[in-house]
Ligand binder design. Structure first.
Ligand code: 6R9
Length: 654
């Protein structure tokens, strides 16, 4: 049964061991949550002590959610430096501890263990190089790097000198890169010669060359030599990082930054228009990233923590770099992909580095699940204590597989719901505090007040067993502050539809016990014969069938029903498409959800159009389903744009 349709669910309670060692147990959660509600100022003043301030704050929260006057400030009169918090303050106690374990794309290349002391030197060198290129406090630097340690150095070097970084995922096209460089008026682009991934190499520098043709000719390009591959070179524009690092000083004083000075811009897509530059600031963001990293993952000193995201996404910002390093953690950074050289790579890396907390996306879990259990069973996963997921609702089948096959039934799973905009987790079970339900984001984090609104009237729906749009009633320190260069758009996107609330764009259900389930983007809701239906619901039903590896469902105009249900289905490796199977899937969905959810069209899809972060681009699937190929929009951000041609060529039904 799909998560959204579920009424009764098996509860997975944490083991006594998990509860005993957890930072937060059920009692602490209740007490702390109540405290965060009763006295938000006092609660967040206390949490503000997680970071070292140069000048301590005296103000905690100053927030206005009124449309037209939206303004969000936390710890506004405090000053600090993020790089000093992530590195310098650990040097005395853990200078020789590994800060970053770097695992390269190829398992035959040696991993690197970078200590906090070494991290300090490398970040200072990079900071001095940026200064020598003319970068000053408040200037923007675009980072277009693969998952190599220099990506973390670059982020922290910007933070050290007060420059604002904007990471562009290394899989993005030259056009997308140019738009972002121009969008934030960056002075420098940091890139690498090539990005190895899954045994192939992306020519990053030549992408950057192509992008820079469309940018101001004052923009400089700092190039990290990752593979030593051939690149073209433009004197006075291109600079060799490796050479400059040999000369650069390994000390650079951290700049004193205001808590509300921007730390980074990260472009993200909304339901309309061009990607917007989400702005996060210094103090509140760091407090929130550090706190959620420690508590959600129950991180303890000495643990080895691995988040498989790319630093090009917010998950990589908050949970590979800033949160873990602020906590003095050992964080693993992986250059490769889950299926190279084979579908056991994640588990091989977990075993090799004795990973304790592992955080990945449902799409990866489903892809690996389709390859069978033998790839997992080959590796010793006995050090794993906790599993996490993020990015999309996880269907119970994938959850169960993750729990049983990977976690051997002994690792709590934290299904963390949050967004680029939120900076850190807003809803998640806490491992030592909550029994989990497969597919549920369960509980709000401290200080977070989720509300379920009627989508039409915007009125709050109270009580349990209810469903609606998800808004957040009050601010939390990790919240985005504005859209870069367009505060109007910020207000319109998040504060206009439901006045007085932050609108998440997600739908949500609060079940009979008061636990939260994310039902998917409200823009993906379809209306079939007057019945509202989450496309995620139908997808979840389809992937529950043993033959189905992945499914994406969209609405399309239907003469009688208003909208019909169009399903793109990727089969498991060992299954062949057939008319019988199509019939079987139709009746399967009917029994899983009900006749109303019966698919109108099923198209066999060898692949689905996905962004590099694994999100299915439903916009494109909707257009194909609508037979509207002329306006597919930008497909350059897809992991594999050729998938679209196949789907168009084999469009099903009428
Ligand atoms: C962190 C991240 C945000 C959107 C969000 C929601 C979906 C993320 C989820 C989830 C269900 C979860 N989402 N986590 N849905 N359960 N645990 O992914 O940020 O790329 O901005 O995406 O992703 O729809 O609104 P971002």
């Amino acid at each position: 049964m799909s998560p959204a349709a579920q009424t009764e669910t098996k509860l997975y309670a944490p083991s006594a061991d998990t509860v005993a060692r957890a930072h937060v147990n059920a009692d602490t959660y209740d007490r702390m949550y109540a405290a965060s509600m009763a006295d938000p100022e006092g609660f967040w003043a206390e949490q503000g002590k997680r970071v070292d301030w140069i000048k301590p704050f005296t103000q905690v929260k100053d927030v206005n959610y009124n449309f037209g006057e939206v303004s969000i400030n936390w710890y506004a009169d405090g000053t600090l430096n993020v790089a000093a918090n992530c590195i310098d303050r650990h040097l005395a106690t853990r200078g020789d501890q590994t800060a970053i374990i770097w695992e390269p794309d190829s398992p035959t290349e040696a991993a690197k263990h970078i200590t906090y002391k070494e991290l300090h030197g490398s970040v200072c060198r990079m900071a001095n190089i940026l200064e020598s290129l003319g970068v000053r406090k408040g200037d923007r630097v675009v980072i277009y790097l693969p998952m190599i340690p220099e990506a973390a150095y670059a982020m922290l070097a910007c933070a050290r000198i007060g420059a604002i970084h904007s990471i562009v995922f290394a899989g993005f096209s030259p056009d997308a890169l140019a738009a972002r460089v121009n969008g934030c008026d960056a002075k420098v682009v940091i890139t690498a010669d090539e990005a190895p991934r899954g045994g192939r190499k992306t020519p990053l520098k030549s992408n950057a060359d192509a992008a820079l043709l469309h940018c101001k000719d004052t923009v400089k390009c700092l190039v990290v030599k990752r593979t030593g591959g051939q690149t073209t070179w433009i004197a006075d524009r291109d600079f060799d990082y490796n050479e400059m690092a040999l000369e650069a000083s390994d000390y650079c004083a951290p700049a004193e930054m205001g808590a509300e000075d921007p730390l980074f811009i990260l472009y993200t897509s909304g339901s309309t228009g061009q990607p917007k530059g989400v702005v996060h600031t210094t103090g509140g963001y760091l407090v929130y990233a550090a706190m959620t990293h420690e508590i959600t993952f129950d991180y303890h000193d000495g643990d080895i923590y691995w988040c498989t995201a790319d630093v090009g996404w917010v998950t990589g910002h908050s949970y590979i770099v800033y949160g873990p390093l602020a906590n003095g953690a050992t964080t693993l950074m992986f250059e490769g992909v889950p299926t190279y050289p084979d579908a056991g790579r994640f588990w091989e890396v977990c075993a090799k580095h004795k990973v304790n907390q592992f955080y990945t996306a449902p799409t990866a879990i489903r892809a690996l699940m389709g390859q069978g259990t033998s790839f997992v069973e080959k590796h010793d996963l006995s050090d794993l204590r906790l599993l996490g997921t993020v990015g999309e609702p996880i269907n119970p089948e994938a959850w169960n597989w993750y729990n049983e096959v990977v976690g051997k039934g002994k690792c709590p799973i934290v299904d963390t719901w949050w967004q680029t905009e939120t900076g850190g987790h807003l809803m998640t079970p806490l491992p030592g505090a909550h029994a989990t339900k497969p597919g549920a984001a369960m509980k709000p984090f401290f200080g977070v007040v989720p509300v379920v609104l009627d989508p039409q009237s915007g009125v709050e729906i109270s009580g349990n067993g209810v469903e609606g749009v998800l808004c957040i009633k009050d601010s939390w320190p990790g919240q985005m502050r504005t859209v870069w260069g367009d505060h109007e758009r910020f207000q319109k996107t998040y504060f206009a539809d439901y006045k007085g609330y932050y609108f998440t764009g997600d739908g949500c259900r609060r079940d009979a016990e008061g636990d939260y389930w994310i039902t998917g983007r409200v823009d993906d809701v379809i209306n079939v014969s007057g019945h509202r239906m989450g496309t995620a619901e139908v997808e979840s039903a389809l992937v529950a069938h043993a033959a189905v590896a992945e499914a994406a469902v969209v609405g399309y105009p239907h003469e009688i029903k208003g909208q019909g249900i169009y399903c793109y289905v990727t089969l498991m490796n060992d299954r062949e498409p057939s008319d019988e199977l199509m019939k079987e899937l139709r009746s399967w969905v009917r029994t899983e959800i009900g006749p109303i959810a019966s698919p109108d069209v099923i198209q066999w899809a060898p692949g689905l159009p996905k962004t590099r972060s694994g999100k299915i681009m439903r916009r494109i699937l909707r257009k194909i389903a609508e037979n509207d190929f002329g306006s597919l929009g930008d497909t350059s951000t897809l992991a594999d744009p050729s998938v679209v041609d196949d789907l168009i060529a084999n469009r099903a039904g009428k």
